[in-house]
Every structure is written in C-alpha cells, then in structure tokens.
Design a protein around this ligand. Structure first.
Ligand code: N01
Length: 541
C-alpha cells in the first residue's frame, strides 16, 4: 500500500492488528483478502479472545448460537454445527480455533505478547509499537480489536492478595478445571458471569456463599440440545436468521412487539409475558412490548411480573426480596439469562449475603470478613466484571499526532467517530471502540470489520496512505450519540453500559459510553459515510 508521496520508511506490515478474538480474526481475514500484509499481536497463547479467557464454569452464549456465528462464509455456516441453542464456552473456543485454521490465519498471529505502547510517526507515516518482548514492529495502519469487555477488574477490598486458598476472576480463569466438589466457595458478583457461575458451582460445592451488592433481573435461558431436525432447519434457514438479526434493533433474532404494554388489557399482557418467560433467550428482553425499556409505567409493570416469578421460585421470602432489584427496572441493565438460578437459593448448601446490609471489610488469609462475621473459604470466585468499553484502550499508551495521548483526548469522556476513529490519530482504526453500537456482538463485529475493510480498499484503490477523521465529524457523531441516549431507561442506571465501575478510579459517574440507537440506524449512518466517499475523513496520498 505504498502511496505516491510515501515516506522513506518501509513498514514491517501494511496492518498491525491487536487482538485475536473474533473481531481480530475476522479483521485479519478481510485485510489479507485485500492483499495487504498483516500481523496480529495477541496476549493469550491461542485465538478466541473472550472465549479464551472466560473459561469459568457454566460460561455460555446468551445469544442463540446460530445467530452468533460468522456469516461471511456460507460454507462455514453450513459446515459448522452448533450442539446447543446456547453453546458452552469450550465449543465457542473450538469454533474460533476452527475459523483460524480453516482460513489459514494462525501463521499471521504472534501469541503471548502484549502491546505496551503505540506511537504514530508522522514523518514516517507509520504506527510504531512497543511489545513486552522488546520487539518494535511498525505498520502503516493499526487496527485495535481489543474488546469492549476484556479488562477484568477486582474489587477494591483490602487483603485480596493475602487469601491462601484458590482465587479466580471469571474472565481470567485457569486453563485447568477448578474442582468445587465438597469445597467451601465464595462468589462475589451477580452479573451475567456471576449468575452463570453460581448455578453451575452450586451443583457440586460443599457450601456456596454468594456475596451480592446489587441484584439483577434475570430470566430463563431455556437452553437445550439442537436436534437433527432443528439442525437441518437452522442450516436451511440461515438467510432468514441473518435477515432477522439485520433488521432487529440489537442484532438478535428477537424484535420488539409493536404494541405498548400500557395499552394492552392486563390479562392479555400477562399472557404475553408468561409466554415470553417460557421461550428461549432474549425474547423477554428484546422481544418485549416496545415501551418496556423507555416508559416508566410499562417498565414497572414488567418488573412487577418478574418480581412475582422470583417470589414463586425462591422459597424463603426474605431471600426472595433480597434477589429482587429495587434500584433499577427490568432490562435496564444487561439481562442475565439463567438456568435454575433462583432455585439455587432453595438449596441447603447455599447462602446469600446482602452486601448492602453487611459489607465486606476485608479478605483474610482464610476467607472473607464482613461487618457481621467471618467466613472461611477454600475458593473465592470474583465475578466482578470489567473496566468496560474504553478500559482496554486506557491500558495501552496510545499516542497520535503531536504526541497526543488517547487518555488525554478522552479525559472528559471518550469521543470517537462511530467508535472507529479518533481526531488526531491518523491510521488508527478501532473495531468496536467506545461510541459504537454493541448488541449481538458478532453481528456488530462483522459490520464494523467490513466497514474498516471498505475504507482500506478505498484507500488502496485511490493510492491513499493516510486517514484522519475531521474533528467536526467527531463532534457530529457525538451529538448523534447524545441524542440517541435520550429516553432510554438504561442510560439512567449505573452499569458497565453507562461507563460505571466502582473498582476503577474516575469511573464512578455515568457517562456516554456507547451508541444506544439501533443497529440499523448505526449502519445506515456509517454506510452513508462510505457511499459519500468518506467526506468526514481527511484522506491523503
Ligand atoms: O460483570 P458485571 P459480568 N463488591 O459488571 C459486582 C457480558 N457477558 O462479568 O452491580 C461487591 O455485569 C457488581 O455489583 P454492582 C455481558 O454483556 C456475557 O457479570 O456493581 N460486588 C456486579 O454484581 C455482561 O453484561 C455473557 O453493585 C462487586 C458484578 O460484580 C458483561 O459481560 C456471559 C464489586 C459485576 O457484574 C459483564 O458481566 C457473561 C465489589 N467491590 C458476561 N465490584 C454471555 O453472553 C463489582 N461487584 C455468555
């Protein structure tokens, strides 16, 4: 990709990609398809990203397996058979490995290396990276595929390092299985990872103590094996499945019911919710009445329905009340999907500790001390979440033109163009950076990677070697992001989706952290940029 006015520097690669998760793998595939040389830098010892690190017991999809896989290769869609409606983590890791092998991606990946810093060299027109093994590769373009939920965070509790038993974070789980049989186990955290872990560990632990700070609204997953007939139906129906995902607001196969909950007669509304509660997956969240996530009255009615379900399922009424969220409505945080999660609390070997009543004072060498008492454990599981969305960017010293640091640029909150570009950072392209649309993640990854590949193709075809977003284009996108956030109840609630993480300095306040409009709207706007010849970007030879 050598331009007419190229610098004297010949880069090691046309493109360096950080991360060999599903985004990095697909980006590598697309970049190589363009005939560009590329290298991926990956911290893990294998591909898979999220599915490489999150090996905790019970980890699995909450998206229907067949709506999650890559769609770019019809042969891959036909050849790969998901075993369950919501595939478990080992299967998804095998899928990532299969993709890497099938498309001969492995030779272009350097495993076990971390990027410490990346610096734009303006005269040389290259990105210069510093890796933790001392090497310093450079490339014309840097593409970050470093994930929105890839930096696990531990609670800020004194004494964590003093614990003499086994401690694991769900997102940094050991490769060797952890045996819980007969053990005294603590789980801290009750988000999607905590819920999946708890319902699995409760099967074998001698005693399980769950430390809950905020309960979440959870709904049944209804997983099951995919029968041969279903498999045939899925494979014959991929174009329809993918079309449904494309048209739905967040890339899932579920679309909202066009009616408003508040307009539907109570008996009919109740019957609709009962039906949704018995169906697979996110239908109860994404396929609900259209006002449930935006209208307080509708949301309160829905919350009341699920609260009644929790009361029916948890025998001890005091425990049931503790498990019912009081500070946020149904679906305003990411909905954990569960399999007999609430029934776990009926088991004699399970105990719930409400941290709002008795907070943790410290972790000791033998367990956990709360304000009320001392607990002894063999294993402590931290299901305490991530420094989300911008966390992975905050950990690399990224320097753009005139030595601007990305941390400085984002000091008052991340500001990007579609989550892809930053003003002052030429030739840095982010796959799913802050302010992009999230949703069913591989659907979003494919779109973003294709958009980036489209830009690279345009530059190659027009002999352009430098791209930088115009500051006014970032302003315009941020205004769209701001407007899209208005009215969504989820934007009024603390969660990783609003950039809050109590375990990270400076992240206690809600900020604009993602584009919360719909996928179709996001794609229409990004498509228009490409169709208009990228006028929002400054492109040079
Ligand atoms: O993380 P979370 P997660 N003391 O941030 C608690 C995706 N995912 O890993 O709510 C005590 O949701 C914290 O409490 P609070 C999915 O997008 C996908 O579970 O802050 N507790 C909360 O309960 C999901 O949304 C899948 O009060 C502390 C928990 O830890 C995202 O990943 C599966 C604490 C963190 O919950 C993140 O989920 C799993 C402290 N100091 C995850 N600090 C699938 O689709 C934190 N907590 C398969």
């Amino acid at each position: 990709m050598t331009p007419a006015t190229a610098s004297p520097v010949t880069p090691d690669f046309d493109v360096l990609i950080i991360g060999a998760g599903l985004a990095g793998l697909y980006q590598l595939y697309r970049v190589r398809e363009l005939g560009l040389s590329a290298c991926v830098i990956e911290a893990g010892s294998d591909v898979g990203g999220t599915w490489y690190w999150n090996r905790y017991p019970g980890a699995r999809f909450d998206s229907e397996s067949y709506s999650y896989g890559f769609s770019f290769s019809p042969e891959l869609l036909q050849d790969w058979s998901w075993s369950e409606h919501f595939a478990p983590q080992p299967e998804t890791l095998r899928y990532a490995q299969h993709v890497a092998e099938r498309f001969q991606l492995r030779p272009h990946i350097r495993f076990g290396r971390k990027v410490e810093s990346a610096r734009w060299d303006e005269p040389g027109r290259v990105w210069r990276l510093q890796l933790d093994d001392g090497s310093q590769p450079c490339a014309r373009f840097l593409i970050t595929a470093i994930g929105a939920l890839s930096v696990p965070t531990l609670p800020r509790i004194p004494g964590i390092e003093s614990f003499q038993g086994v401690s694991c974070h769900t997102a940094n789980w050991p490769k060797e299985p952890v045996d819980f049989t007969g053990k005294r186990v603590a789980v801290i955290g009750t988000g999607a990872s905590g819920v999946q872990t708890i319902q699995e560990v409760a099967k074998t632990a001698g005693h399980l103590t769950i430390f809950q700070r905020t309960p979440n609204w959870c709904a049944p997953l209804h997983n099951g094996a995919i029968t041969d007939d279903e498999q045939r139906e899925i494979k014959a129906g991929y174009s329809d499945i993918l079309q449904r995902c494309r048209e739905s607001p967040a890339g899932f196969i579920h679309t909202p019911d066009p009616r408003r909950a508040v307009d539907v007669p109570p008996a009919e509304r109740e019957a609709f919710w009962e039906k949704r509660y018995t169906e697979r997956g996110f239908g109860i969240w994404m396929g609900n009445f259209r006002d449930v996530l935006v209208d307080r009255e509708a949301n309160a009615l829905m919350s009341d329905f699920v609260a009644r379900k929790i009361r029916q399922r948890v025998k001890n009424p005091v425990v049931a009340e503790k498990l019912i969220p009081k500070n946020h409505g149904f679906g305003t945080r990411r909905l954990p999907l569960e399999t007999r999660y609430y029934e776990v609390y009926n088991q004699p070997n399970v105990e719930l500790v409400d941290l709002t009543e008795t907070p943790i004072d410290r972790v000791t060498d033998t367990g956990i001390r709360t304000s009320a008492r001392e607990f002894e454990f063999d294993i402590i599981v931290y299901a305490t979440g991530f420094d989300a969305l911008r966390g992975a960017y905050d950990r690399i010293d990224l320097r753009g033109r005139d030595d601007i640091s990305l941390q400085d640029l984002w000091r008052g909150g991340a500001r990007t163009f579609f989550g892809i570009q930053n003003a002052g950072f030429p030739n840095l392209l982010m796959v799913m950076g802050p302010m992009c649309a999230l949703g069913n993640i591989v659907r979003s990854i494919e779109y973003n990677v294709d958009w980036v590949a489209g830009l690279l193709r345009h530059m190659r075809d027009h002999q352009l070697s430098r791209v930088e977003v115009r500051p006014e284009s970032v302003d315009a996108w941020m205004e769209i992001v701001r407007k899209a956030s208005i009215g969504l109840l989820s934007n009024e609630v603390n969660s990783w989706m609003t950039g809050v993480n109590s375990n990270v300095d400076g992240k206690s306040e809600r900020v604009l952290a993602r584009y919360s409009g719909t996928g179709p709207e996001f794609r229409a706007k990004a498509d228009a940029v490409a169709a208009g010849g990228y006028r929002e970007l400054d492109l040079n030879a």
